[in-house]
Design a protein around this ligand. Structure first.
Ligand code: PMP
Length: 432
């Protein structure tokens, strides 16, 4: 047992000099000083398996990505007003992974900024203002992104729902009115979108949702859902935006993009988090028509967006995902992991639903499988206990009772097996 470190001086200064509403994970905070692939190391020399950071997509400090960044930052970093090969090459490489109609890239520095830009572009294209979102969604921290995020505007400190924002039902097969056994659930959940469109004729500029719901509770969309929703939205003259910030870039295993699981092609995709493996980089990719409408006389200039270091980083990340076959790995490891988690359900009734695709997995925890009362204290105790065992996990969902598992894609089958074994032991120790 290592001696406790007293973090109170650091915590005190943090509270003094840094915004007070930055949260800190765990009752006893961790001071992480180093990362390597799926492992994080604290100041005491303890090793943790990162089971939750989908930003460090190809692994913390992946050497190929680090080298590419080092090389470029030592050569040049400036804005997009000079010609630069990195910018165009990354645009080419990125669009190659997307449907052919998604051709034109705009680079930003965060997912929030990218969602904000996507909405601005939709408004230029459609000459409408309103936006439809899904209940419980989160799309970012800018003023517009908060307005699009029921998770924020409905919660503490929120300003409530703006009159130009419309909230469709979350298509939650576990908790919603249409369940896993209903083969028509996708179309039935789309009714809520249909109703909003009918009530607001000529007003909806865009419908935006994640292609698997993250903050909404690690929820894969029901079969046929987006096909029906996109059809309805387009019929009403709106655009369809896919927020791939959490789930894109091969994480879902079967496909490279989340929207491909639904057999749809969005008009706009928003990319973030994994695209730069932790470097601040995000993107909006649109059709020629939308790009033309946005090219309306006002310059689009973004001081940092598209800089050569970000572009070299994005290119290296994409290259590593492809050359190290990470999509296939995510599929195999994710299936193995979900099988292990489902195996715990008999012994531990607190786990009531295991769902996901590839390495985007959620395990819902309830006090009672019939009432589905959320097991919040229990899941928090589990996450703390798993940390003591060397596994970093967190919780999500509108009821705060979904175990969120979305590790760097280098997470191995051995890591998955160890995690499941420790979950079993921790749940047993907690009598759950
Ligand atoms: N969209 C989704 C789905 C997200 O999960 C997030 C971040 N959690 C964002 C957008 C905002 O991205 P960022 O924090 O990079 O601004």
């Amino acid at each position: 047992v290592k001696p406790e470190v007293d973090y109170s001086p650091l915590l005190k200064e943090r509270h003094q000099f840094i915004g007070r509403n930055l949260s800190i994970s765990y009752k006893k905070p961790l001071k992480i000083v180093k990362g390597a692939l799926q492992y994080l190391y604290d100041d005491k020399g303890d090793t943790y398996i990162d089971c939750v950071n989908n930003v460090s997509h190809v692994g913390h400090c992946h050497p190929v990505v680090v080298k590419a960044m080092q090389r470029q930052i030592a050569t040049l970093n400036t804005n997009t007003r000079y010609l630069n090969d990195q910018l165009v090459e990354f645009g080419k490489e990125l669009t190659r992974t997307l449907p052919s109609k998604l051709k034109v890239c705009y680079f930003t520095n965060s997912g929030s900024e990218a969602n904000d830009l996507a909405i601005r572009m939709s408004r230029h294209f459609t000459k409408r203002k309103d936006v439809m979102v899904l209940d419980h969604a989160y799309h970012g921290t800018s003023t517009v992104a908060i307005e699009m995020s029921p998770y924020k505007f409905d919660g503490k400190g929120g300003f409530g729902q703006m009159p130009y924002i419309h909230k469709a039902d979350s298509p939650d097969l576990y908790r919603g009115p249409f369940g896993y056994n209903d083969s028509q659930a996708g179309v039935k959940y789309a009714e809520s979108v249909k109703k909003i469109l009918a009530e607001n004729p000529g007003k909806i500029s865009a419908f935006i949702c994640e292609t698997l719901l993250g903050v909404g509770g690690q929820i894969p969309l029901p079969d046929g859902y987006l096909q029906e929703v996109y059809r309805l939205v387009r019929e009403a003259g709106g655009l369809c935006i896919a927020d791939e910030v959490q789930v894109g870039f091969g994480r879902v295993g079967e496909k490279f993009w989340g929207f491909e699981l639904q057999n749809v092609e969005p008009d706009i995709v928003v990319l973030g988090k994994p695209i730069g493996n932790g470097h601040p980089l995000a993107a909006v990719v649109v059709t020629e028509e939308i790009a033309d409408a946005f090219n309306n006389g006002m310059e689009y200039f973004n001081t940092f967006g598209g800089n050569p270091v970000s572009m070299a980083t994005g290119r290296a990340v994409l290259n590593v995902i492809q050359s190290e076959n990470m999509q296939q790995h995510a599929l195999e490891t994710g299936n193995f992991l979900m099988e292990g988690l489902r195996g715990l359900m008999d012994k531990h009734p607190v786990i009531s639903d295991v769902r996901g695709h590839g390495l985007f997995v959620g395990a819902e925890m309830v006090k009672d499988r019939l009432t589905k009362e959320p097991a919040v204290a229990e899941i928090n105790a589990l996450v703390e206990s798993m940390k003591e065992r060397g596994f970093l996990l967190s919780t999500d969902g509108p009821l705060y009772n979904v175990l969120k598992i979305k590790p760097p894609l280098v997470f191995s089958k051995q890591n998955a097996a160890d995690m499941v074994r420790h979950l079993d032991e921790a749940l047993t120790a907690l009598s759950l």
